[in-house]
Design a protein around this ligand. Structure first.
Ligand SMILES: [Zn+2]
Length: 278
């Protein structure tokens, strides 16, 4: 990365030369109509003066002689990792009716929006598969997430049973089938399972560190099997039988922070060892 001073010279050299030329041009035009007593046209004098900075061997004051000026290269910033958050259910699919006033689809959307903020605060980009009370099929969700090529897909569910937070990966046979360059839709997740399990372990470990019980499990619940990137599903559970805490501010803040920290841990490991994410 060039220093400020060398960068300044690179940028100011041509500018200074151009500025001198612009300032002197009107003077040269005026002087062209008069001749000095010595017989030398003032326009010639001015022209020589204005041309002087561009003469070979006449560098500008700040410019070392004969120094080739390298082109200024823009500094490439690597793209921020993208996390796709999928609040399960929505629209006419309410998910579980956790109590008469709390629907699973509302708990998952509230947590998804909070998690998007928490991930943004950690320097990541997060997109929501749905950001409204919208009906989406499993295939719609997988297709939308796959199109973004996220570093991680996280599906959110919620239950009224107090058995700890469940962190899931896809349950697939160990010999996932592929058909040449094409991936079977039903086992698309297969080659990403090792990375998905790494994410699962990181997320479950940090949820436990934050004081909430967490379990790592496998599930046939779609659309995990259809994802072509590391993918997990997280099912919230109340600490006790009090379902109302699932929408409570402090509960959502705690679980969102734990999820964001677990995701950050996984992404830092993926960055250090890119081959592990495939
Ligand atoms: Zn659900």
């Amino acid at each position: 990365m060039p220093s400020n001073s060398s960068d300044g010279r690179v940028r100011l050299g041509p500018y200074q030369r151009a500025a001198v030329g612009v300032l002197l041009l009107p003077l040269a035009l005026i002087a062209a109509q008069s001749v000095s007593p010595s017989g030398t046209s003032q326009s010639q004098t001015q022209s020589q003066t204005s041309a002087a900075p561009n003469q070979p061997g006449q560098p500008l004051p700040n410019q070392p002689p004969d120094q080739a000026q390298p082109p200024v290269q823009p500094i490439a910033t690597p793209p921020k990792p993208l996390i796709m958050i999928d609040p399960a259910h929505g629209g006419s699919d309410s998910g579980a009716i956790l109590n008469p006033t709390i629907l699973e689809k509302d708990v998952t959307l509230a947590l998804a929006r909070r998690l998007r903020l928490d991930l943004g605060a950690r320097g990541f980009v997060a997109e929501l598969v749905r950001d409204s009370d919208q009906n989406l099929s499993s295939d719609d969700r997988a297709a939308k997430a796959n199109a973004f090529h996220p570093a991680l897909y996280v599906c959110l569910h919620a239950t009224s049973e107090s058995g700890g937070v469940g962190v899931y990966t896809a349950m697939l046979a160990e010999n996932g089938e592929t058909n040449g360059p094409f991936v079977d839709w039903n086992t698309a997740q297969f080659s990403f399972l090792p990375a998905s399990r790494s994410a699962q372990q990181d997320i479950a470990a940090i949820i436990q560190k934050s004081g909430m019980p967490a379990r790592s499990l496998a599930t046939r619940l779609r659309p995990l099997a259809n994802l072509t990137n590391p993918a997990v599903a997280v099912e919230l559970a109340p600490r006790k039988a009090d379902v109302s805490q699932l929408l409570a501010m402090d509960f959502q803040e705690n679980i969102s922070a734990a999820l964001a920290n677990g995701i950050a841990q996984f992404l830092s490991e993926s960055k250090a060892n890119p081959g592990a994410s495939q």
